[in-house]
Design a protein around this ligand. Structure first.
Ligand code: MTE
Ligand code: MO
Length: 436
């Protein structure tokens, strides 16, 4: 491919996809001839890469056979991955990740306290000494490469924003439910989300000081957690310069008024409002800036929506890079909650990576009827909103549903579209409740 072609956004994305396809083919021992066939056929690419046929017409399964309350397995090997305590009272453990228990959100305000905030690590939390820590900014996209200490960062102008952060895998277990097949990876319910006040330096401030060039295309924060012998899993994910230069794209060192906790990226993490969790690289020690497209595992093989409903860009693609998050809702109740009959105050939250929330409708009869519920303040863009409904509940088993619409008009669908990794389940969820 001619290098100049990469200046076109579509070609640029295509180049990433092709690289990723070749890698996939190597791992899966697919012949070169077959890869070329796939690349030659846009429609074929989606089919060839689909590991199992999705049952698209299937209705969601209800009943006791399905549970989001945890995984089976021995997670002892992960017992000291994290620095903070992750008591069962606050978290559902999935080994190298910890999901917030939604019922605990009922007791908190708009933000999630640091000790309750969900966790997702690919490697154990590194312990970094702030007195020797440095951040380097380098690459052919800067004319004045920089090395900054922790104190240098703290001395720069600071900004605080309140925004949600959510893992792209949030809700994965509902794909298993809808499609009745196993989706690999952490079987998250809806608790891989949190809202915090994030304090830090604008990334644009640092890039300007580093003399970002007019031709710079991509900016890639790199995490210090990657083991030296495993560069394949480099904790990094590029963003286009347009996102890096936005006013609310930050290098964060404070969370909810405290120092950023070790598990959440101390001393410094990237924070990209609205974008999928992996974009918020923790423990950033290096920022690469390039006039060429940058690639990482997390914008080629992972972090990519692969499926027949994510149209390939001709001549082919693996799929669509997950960036902005979709609309979701959760009740602040345990899964399979049991509540006494009478006046029940149902509470919950809805959120979107694309805007604020315009409307929430709740059903107590499994979706036969919905009623609109009042939204509480605040209702910040790319954050979440709280809502509640007083329900006069009589004994029986119920499926509660909440369906949100964001300010851009995106509505939660009844069923979600298939994607191979099971990212971004945005469909309306049946929350089982027993009234006794
Ligand atoms: N360096 C580094 N950054 C990372 C990760 C990681 O494993 N290493 N995990 C990512 C993922 S998948 C998510 S969802 C968020 C989780 O952030 P939290 O643990 O602070 O909630 O961090 C992202 N940043
Ligand atoms: Mo994630």
């Amino acid at each position: 491919m001619d290098e100049r072609d990469l200046l076109d956004e579509q070609t640029y994305r295509q180049a990433r996809v092709e690289e990723s396809l070749w890698r996939w083919a190597k791992n899966a021992r697919v012949s070169r001839k077959r890869v070329l066939q796939i690349l030659a056929s846009a429609a074929g690419s989606a089919l060839a890469l689909r590991t199992s046929p999705p049952a698209r017409a299937q209705q969601p399964q209800t009943g006791p056979g399905f549970d989001v309350s945890g995984e089976n397995g021995d997670f002892d090997q992960y017992s000291d991955w994290f620095s903070k305590l992750t008591p069962d009272e606050y978290f559902i453990s999935h080994g190298h990740s910890r999901e917030m228990r939604w019922e605990k959100a009922r007791d908190i305000g708009y933000t999630v306290p640091n000790e309750m905030f969900y966790l997702q690590n690919h490697f154990p939390t590194p312990q970094i000494d702030p007195s020797t820590y440095t951040l380097t900014v380098h690459g052919d996209g800067v004319s004045n490469p920089l090395t900054l200490s922790y104190n240098d960062l703290l001395a720069l102008p600071s900004t605080t924003i309140t925004r949600s952060q959510e893992c792209g895998e949030n809700g994965r277990v509902f794909f298993a439910k809808q499609f009745r097949m196993q989706f690999d990876g952490t079987q998250w319910g809806l608790g891989a989300i949190g809202v915090a006040d994030w304090t830090g330096v604008r990334l644009s401030e640092i890039l300007q000081r580093a003399g970002i060039t007019a031709g710079a295309r991509d900016v890639m924060p790199v995490g210090l957690d990657t083991p030296a012998n495993d560069m394949e899993h480099l904790s990094a994910r590029p963003m286009p310069v347009s996102k890096a230069m936005m006013d609310d794209t930050l290098l964060v060192y404070g969370m909810n008024g405290d120092m950023l906790p070790a598990d959440h990226g101390f001393p410094v993490r990237a924070f990209l409002p609205g974008w999928t969790g992996i974009a918020n690289i923790k423990w950033v020690g290096e920022i690469r800036v390039s006039e060429q497209p940058l690639l990482s595992l997390y914008n080629t093989e992972y972090g990519v929506m692969i499926g027949p409903d994510y149209p390939p860009t001709p001549p082919s693609t693996l799929g669509e890079i997950a960036t902005l998050r979709n609309v979701k809702s959760s009740f602040e109740l345990p899964w399979n909650a049991a509540l006494p009959a009478g006046a029940v105050r149902l509470t919950g939250r809805s959120w979107s990576g694309k805007g604020s929330i315009a409307k929430v409708e709740v059903s107590t009869d499994g979706g036969q009827t919905y009623q609109q519920v009042p939204l509480k303040d605040p209702n910040l863009s790319q954050t979440w909103v709280r809502w509640e409904l007083n329900w006069n509940a009589t004994p029986g088993r119920y499926n509660l549903r909440a369906r949100a619409t964001d300010s851009m008009g995106n509505v939660q669908p009844e069923l979600e579209k298939f994607n191979q990794h099971g990212y971004s389940y945005g469909g309306v969820v049946d929350h089982p409740v027993t009234i006794f």
